[in-house]
Write a protein that binds this ligand. Sequence first.
Ligand code: CA
Length: 221
Amino acid sequence: MRMLIVEDETQVRDFLKISFEAECFAVDATGNGADGLRLALINEYDLLILDYMLPNHTGLEICRDLRAKGRTTPVLILSVNSETDIKTQVINAGADDYLTKPFSFTELHARVRALLRRSHVMTGPVYTAHDITLNSQSHTVTKGDTAIALTRKEFMLLECLMRHRGTVLSRGMLIENVWDMNADPFSNTIESHILSLRKKLNINVSKDIIKTVTGYGYKIE
Ligand code: CA
């Protein structure tokens, strides 16, 4: 799951990035409205969190621009109390939800999950394939009755493959969904994570659960 956070208050931005990364999101973050709009146009995000007041473009302007260009990515606006009539403005800009500052991360996280479910990005929280069950809410993976301990990146990679079960995902798509914009697309990160995932998941199985599609990428049937 990949999100963009556009928030000019450094402390809030850093806090949100760290908190959502801990919840297994790949997070890009910027404090500038113009950069936010540019990133939202060139990358495929599952969700955008936009602050209302930003340098260069407001969050609502970014949202309006994206909608005018046909982008349907779910948008949540962060506003402050003094901004009156926020609800109407949010609806008019084509945003999906808003939250007034100060807010708790628990509430923001709950709303993000609700938006992802509503937009069918997230169909879970529970995904199954073969005898593997992944719970994206509790961040647990079991194989039969045995709990499998995964690193955060391994979990994110497996969640992405299970969410798109039956579809071949290219290296690029996996990098976009699991790593942030600072990832080096030429490193062998994906390969080494797939290798360790296979080791952990393929215990007592003769065939690989994660299939390599030569020249393209990986999939789970
Ligand atoms: Ca602001």
